[in-house]
Design a protein around this ligand. Sequence first.
Ligand code: SAH
Length: 251
Amino acid sequence: MQVYFIGAGPGDPELITVKGQKLLQQADVIIYAGSLVNPALLGYAKQGAAIYNSAGMTLDEVIAVMKEAVANQKKVARVHTGDPSIYGAIQEQMDELDKLDIRYEVVPGVSSFLATAAALKCEYTLPDVSQTVIITRQEGRTPVPEKEKLASLASHNATMCIFLSVHMLDSVTAELIRGGYPADTPIAVVQKASWPEQKIIRGTLSTIGETIKNQGIDRTAMIVVGKCLDTDYSLSRLYAPEFGHMYRDAK
Ligand code: SAH
């Protein structure tokens, strides 16, 4: 294999997978998404590795670097933040490599919505509260399909992890309330989950806009909404004595 797409994890350099780290250490050429990937991860690069920051590059430029490296028998690590399958623009790169007959593999990573749950010490899928997690974003310069507008997703009252939208928080909360979440639904904003400067701000859909003002929240933040953040719930069936399953008989 010549090109490896690697999920770098949410920020903490120890949250890359063992596999991802090994490949990063072996790579001759590293192309990383500089806007979000923690530069500390480049500390894993071997001496002499060529390092490119894709933040200032076009798709064609990224592919050209890969093509040349592969032609010279070099190993390429294409490093994405979190997991590359979530807002990673990985598909268009894979499609170009297919056209060029360049083989690649994808190594998953810890997405920021999971590091956010860890920071909040919460379970997104609480029994009787929500068994569904919706990963989405507010429409901005990149449009969202009509059937996936925040208000219609909100009608489910599921747990929602909203990426790429914290700079539009007021319209996010307005849409969520319009779509059917009660105004007192808990919400949290987690900035830079897993980084040393991680910051957590909690509130309800009606209070968070005020609370977050002057907190210096930039774009590297996740919005989580749902009753799972603060509620009574049923104990899980998985560990209930009367609930037998494949690994344990009912008592
Ligand atoms: N592929 C990435 C997401 C890239 S889109 C992943 O799986 O996490 C960029 C968005 O991800 C940001 O706008 C923000 O909403 C979120 N994000 C990325 N890193 C984050 C972090 N450490 N803490 C909170 N949100 C983060």
